[in-house]
Design a protein around this ligand. Sequence first.
Ligand code: G6Q
Length: 552
Amino acid sequence: MSDITKSAAWTRLETAHARLRKQRTINLFDAAPSRAEDFSIEAAGLYLDYSKNRICADARAGLADLAVAADLAGAIGAMFAGEKINSTEGRAVLHVALRDFSSRAYKVGGADVAPLVAGERAKMKAFAQKYEARALTGFSGAPLDTLVNIGIGGSDLGPLMAVEALRPYWLDGKTAHFVSNVDGQHLADTLEKADPARTLFIIASKTFTTQETMTNAESARRWFLENGGTQKDIAGHFVALSTNEAAVREFGVAPENMFGFWDWVGGRYSMWSAIGLSIALQCGWDAFEAMLKGAHAMDAHFASAPIGENMPAMLALVGLWNRNFEGAAAHAVLPYDQHLHRLPAYLQQLDMESNGKSVMKNGARVNCATGPVIFGEPGTNGQHAFYQLIHQGTDIVSSDFIAAANSAAPVGDHHEKLLANFLAQTEALMLGKSEADVRAELAAGGADAGAIDALAPHRTFAGDRPTNSILMERLTPQTLGALVALYEHKVFCQGVLWGVNSFDQWGVELGKALAKEILPEIAGAGRSDPPRKNHDASTRRLIEKINSLRAR
Ligand code: G6Q
């Protein structure tokens, strides 16, 4: 690992940027007639067009040099080889093993983990098939057909996003709910709709110690016991997804109802493991397996394609260009697909928890900006909300536009309109609108000179706002798997380039510890005269205020 800002490639990129910043992106198309083709990549059922970013062939060559300087190819090899690349936690990072159905070995500490993966997958498959066949019955003898997944962060966002994305694949008569927030309203609102006799609770927690999840799990168990279930019925209504067998047993879930995974599966990379059980139950095993295979197709491309033709690597490099050279501190994810409405939230965690770091693996401070702020909403909704800032704000925001050419639910000409918007936005963001064009348009509309002078600055768009377009034939389990794997590898590549560890999350751990410390100071259930700790004056006063409001 080296500091890329000290490399010759970085200097080359600075020179390229000084030249490019005076140019219009559209002029790069005039200079290179095959640009749209040259600046696009097709892999695993996805098509990426990155030609609407302000980079030229020389800048792209500089980015490829940067990948060499950071030994990106070596890092990809190290990940697939099971090396302990999560250095601060001493762990391998092998989510790619979870979606490989070949006989390839994945070694962790010398032992092949592929048979473990296959064994757990077989157990999940048998369970999912029983659920699909309505052969899992509850305490009344009725089939279980409602699942409540209790988990948070990596044990919630991926499965929830995928279940929403695969709505057309939902099995008849099945319902899935996701409870994550420790705010009791989340659980209460969910259980209001649930019939205990038909409900399967899935307690999803890698550590099985997370405060929010364990609190929700205990309250769910209490609700179950107060609403017709008995202690002996728990075995048939509660399953656990975890790496912590002892804690699962202590909670009261029998080992046969536990689906395991391993420390080399990071929380935010875990939807392919047992953590994805809710996807397999709600959408069927075949859809879950197809999603894994779609991700594997992207893995195979990622592991073998040269950097210049490698979709995740190029998405990462272009993202780095926008972040470090164009100064884009925020990146929007804009799926033109309602079923992908949780994708921005999912990617927020994937990207910001992975690369929201300011020291390199060797402990030295980074010398350039790292992960951007990720946000987004489905198009076209976002167009009527925050796109204004992307078009005309003072900051550069880069964006990914994602669409399927065909709809899973064609209604009239809705999809054509959706696609027209998808295309119009990226074109407008690149082209902008010159003041001369605005003036001509106003004049043609009959505006007088005074009105033209007053309005022209407001209606002028600078353009050159960088965008990527990601297109697929349709959103299926395969293309969803490929899309998520694309982003996982993009984030990995950027982490390698910036020299940070993308696989730890000390900020999350801090939050977990702090909330536990402060809990005894909140007046509530059986607590009075709470102890005072050495807080700052603002926090102390807020605690007093909360406690006095709760005492009324
Ligand atoms: C993910 C993070 C974090 C984690 C949650 C839930 O990479 O580590 O989001 O997934 O804190 O943790 P548990 O699964 O252990 O409950």
